[in-house]
Design a protein around this ligand. Structure first.
Ligand SMILES: [Zn+2]
Ligand SMILES: [Zn+2]
Length: 352
């Protein structure tokens, strides 16, 4: 059976908006996980928030009454709000203000991710309006007391519901709760106090960062009423033809021939740090063997230690052989007791 939002909030089906709001406020105070000691507070709070969200919205409430509310139309965004934010929201009708973090993407090489780097980034973001000094007013001292609320920030209104009359406080619509209004709005920023500008900054990319990670650069984000915001830098690592980065480990594919695999050899590895590395491949190394060299991988994030360099040994069988090589392979075959007549005719080639 579908949930009955009315009984969840404990109101009648013809409850007024105000009754619904009062019921929600009472229940939110009782079940908000910030304050509640009830065992199933979180569950209950979600439930009452969902009920309030639907019943406080005229359109959704009508659909719910008609049994036509689609589940997709229900969202429970209030569940992320603190109790204080919810109570404020119920008085003012304005959802809580969350300062948004500006995100800028960058692309770096695997080398830069391993060892860290500095990057110049260019992006658009909000800066304080230089004309009004971020006040939004045309002149810095043109604020005046709000004529509607006389600076009280709230206005009272009487709401009648049934036989009862209730006095409710509402945020002043003229000054939006500031208690002051501007005589004249800054024409440059339209009264917003900020303007969109192109910024260029050099940022430090920490070593050990991984593909898809974000890191925060303080104070380089958007300016807003809440002050100077931070900037989030989203990292993408360009694919490298030789190396792959898995956490702090680096993976390198080393291609060797069958003779090197059979007899063993010493191979120079092109390292990302430029420090020469000669790797001994033992004789009889099998295809897909992994050789691990400790402390030669990438740096760990916020840690001076390094991961492992993993060398994947890929043994390549020659696709073509010269006449001389063929003779030598036949010699080996003879040594191993193979029927060299069949090999000569390419018998095994046909079977493949
Ligand atoms: Zn006012
Ligand atoms: Zn301005």
């Amino acid at each position: 059976m579908a949930k009955d939002y009315y009984s969840i909030l404990g109101v009648s089906r013809d409850a007024s908006d105000e009754e619904i709001k009062i019921a929600y406020r009472k229940l939110a105070k009782k079940f908000h996980p910030d304050v509640s000691k009830e065992p199933n507070a979180e569950e209950r709070f979600k439930e009452i928030s969902e009920a309030y969200q639907v019943l406080s919205d005229k359109e959704k409430r009508a659909k719910f009454d008609a049994g036509e509310l689609d589940e997709k139309e229900i969202n429970v965004e209030y569940t992320n709000y603190s109790l204080r934010e919810i109570l404020e929201f119920l008085i003012t009708g304005n959802p809580p203000r969350r300062s948004k973090i500006l995100t800028v993407p960058i692309e770096i090489t695997i080398q830069e991710a391993v060892f860290g780097t500095q990057k110049e980034i260019e992006y658009e973001s909000y800066a304080p309006c230089a004309y009004c000094n971020a006040t939004g007013a045309w002149q810095a001292n043109t604020w005046m007391l709000c004529p509607k609320c006389k600076g009280a920030k709230y206005v009272t209104r009487i709401v009648r519901s049934g036989f009862s009359r209730q006095v409710v406080q509402e945020l002043c619509s003229r000054c939006r709760g500031y208690g002051q209004v501007m005589e004249q709005v800054c024409t440059y920023c339209g009264g917003k106090g900020r303007t969109l500008v192109r910024k260029r900054n050099i940022i430090v990319v920490p070593r050990g960062i991984d593909d898809g990670m974000k890191f925060i650069v303080p104070s380089l984000g958007d300016f807003s009423e809440d002050g100077q915001g931070d900037l989030a830098v989203q990292v993408k690592i360009k694919p490298d033809p030789y190396y792959r980065k898995i956490g702090a480990d680096l993976v390198f594919d080393l291609h060797i021939g069958i003779v090197q695999a059979a007899l063993g050899c010493v191979v120079p590895i092109p390292t990302l740090d430029g420090i020469p590395l000669s790797l001994s491949i033992p004789q009889g190394t099998q295809p897909n063997t992994q050789l691990r060299i400790q402390n030669r991988g990438g740096y760990r994030l916020k840690n001076p230690s390094r991961g492992t360099l993993i060398v994947n040994v890929i043994v390549e069988v020659p696709r073509t052989v010269t006449q001389r090589q063929r003779e030598l392979f036949l010699e080996i075959a003879k040594e191993q007791g193979c029927d060299s007549e069949l090999l000569k005719q390419g018998h095994f080639n046909k079977l493949v």
